[in-house]
Design a protein around this ligand. Structure first.
Ligand code: MEV
Length: 449
């Protein structure tokens, strides 16, 4: 039986839910009741969430955790993180505390340039196109004035527009490559609106340009869209301390630890298989804060991984060295973030997160996010090069296993206590719970007898 449906988006929320429940679930009533369990009692709040996207049927929760003790450029932050992975918040918090006692995170903005392109096809004389572009370039600015006026008041706007010849890679393909300063907004809507106007200006001016032949006049714009690759919208985060101070929490000699750590980073610099996982650890921290602050984590992810490949091979985002007895660990990372517009003013928990961070500017948020990414990377490498990742990871994962086994509060307490001294594995937890339950059952039997 086909499950295709016409006009689904026109149905009411209840009708959509009923259709899904009846089509896909053996017990529709259970499915409906599950969806409703996640609705918010506050109707206005629920409506707000319903309207974020199309066809909303319920809310999908992610935990919002916090990492206190982040010292960034001498200022204390408690950083919000929205993430499902058990160990991330604990690891970042631990790293934050560790570095707070060693001078904290030092961060700086290296650039805030955003990019957008109009991709177009021009069949004709390249020199004529260059002359045309130079003649009409001021029009790109004047004809976007209504869009750029407010941004200019805030100190932003279009910073430059270039004509780029890409015909060596694709026949007749050129670009308007534009750069933007979008201040505290991420800028996607602003940039895309400017680009769509550039496209109109380009086409209409070409039609009137008397030096063009009829074919040359017919410029075909293929698309106008911002680029999520922002290699000049970059923030640096760094931590450093004397090697001798790297001595907390592991029974390993600080010099040995520092050298092993630097080698681990060097492996990620030269080995893409490791680099991807290494950078995934960075993104554990970055994405969690990006989500909590209502920013676009897909854009950030795409841009960061492109940046990690900028020298032709996918490589580590972070770097480490030991020089004159000082251990330094740092990272440059492209982050196109906003603290105004979009979800930042709509989602109550995003507003909460931003207020907790002191309502940062976009530049400040870039620095906070980068520090969270570096902290996470440090925590992962410290575990990997000392105890191994599973010890901490499985300790945090223990609660997930207990929830899967539907453990009650008393079982949870006893299991957590037991595994303070024992290695957590899925099988070991299952066995422990089985034994606990057997013991409880036989106690009950004895009581009855
Ligand atoms: C797991 O989410 C992240 C790590 O794999 C990162 C790393 O290997 O560096 C632990």
């Amino acid at each position: 039986m086909s499950k295709a449906i016409a006009g689904f988006s026109k149905l009411t929320k209840q009708e959509k839910i009923n259709w899904i429940a009846n089509e896909y679930f053996t017990n529709p009533a259970v499915a409906v009741s599950l969806l409703k369990k996640y609705w918010n009692n506050d109707e206005n709040l629920q409506k707000l969430h319903d309207e974020f996207i199309e066809n909303t049927i319920t809310n999908f929760y992610l935990p919002l955790g916090v990492c206190p003790n982040f010292n960034i450029n001498g200022r204390e932050y408690t950083i919000p993180m929205a993430i499902e992975e058990s160990s991330v918040v604990a690891a970042a918090s631990k790293a934050a505390k560790f570095w707070a006692q060693r001078g904290g995170f030092k961060t700086m903005i290296l650039g805030t340039e955003k990019i957008g392109q109009v991709h177009f096809i021009y069949k004709g004389d390249k020199q004529k196109l260059i002359a045309f572009f130079n003649t009409i370039k001021p029009k790109f600015f004047s004809e976007t004035e209504s869009i750029t006026k407010n941004m200019q008041k805030r100190g932003g706007g279009i910073t430059d527009i270039e004509l780029r010849d890409k015909t060596e890679s694709l026949d007749n393909y050129y670009q308007l490559h534009a750069t933007f300063e979008t201040k505290d907004s991420m800028g996607a809507n602003f940039i895309n609106s400017c680009l769509e106007q550039f496209s109109k200006t380009l086409k209409s001016e070409a039609l009137q340009y008397t030096d063009f032949t009829e074919e040359e006049k017919n410029i075909e714009t293929v698309m106008s869209i911002l680029s999520n690759y922002v290699p000049n919208c970059v923030v640096r985060a760094e931590v450093s301390c004397p090697v001798a101070d790297l001595n907390e929490g592991n029974n390993i000699d600080p010099q040995e630890f520092a050298e092993k750590f630097v080698t681990a980073v060097k492996i990620a610099e030269i080995e893409p298989f490791r680099a991807v996982t290494h950078n995934k650890g960075v993104m554990n921290g970055i994405d969690a804060v990006v989500v909590a602050t209502g920013n676009d984590f897909r854009a950030v992810e795409a841009g960061v991984h492109a940046y990690a490949s900028k020298n032709g091979t996918y490589s580590s985002l972070s770097h480490a060295k030991i020089e004159n007895g000082i251990f330094t660990f740092w990272m440059d990372v492209p982050l196109a973030l906003g603290t105004v517009g979009g979800l930042t003013t709509l989602h109550p928990l995003v507003k909460f997160s931003l207020e907790m961070l002191g309502n940062p500017t976009a530049k400040e948020l870039m620095q906070i996010v980068a520090a969270a990414g570096l902290a996470q990377n440090f925590a992962a490498l410290r575990s990997l090069t000392t105890t191994g990742i599973q010890q901490g990871h499985m300790k945090m994962h223990l609660m997930n296993i207990l929830n899967q086994l539907e453990a009650n509060e008393s079982e949870k307490l006893q299991t957590v206590k037991h595994f303070e001294q024992n290695t957590v594995t899925h099988a070991a937890v299952v066995d422990f719970i089985k034994d606990l339950r057997k013991a409880t059952a036989s106690n009950i039997e004895t009581d009855i007898l």
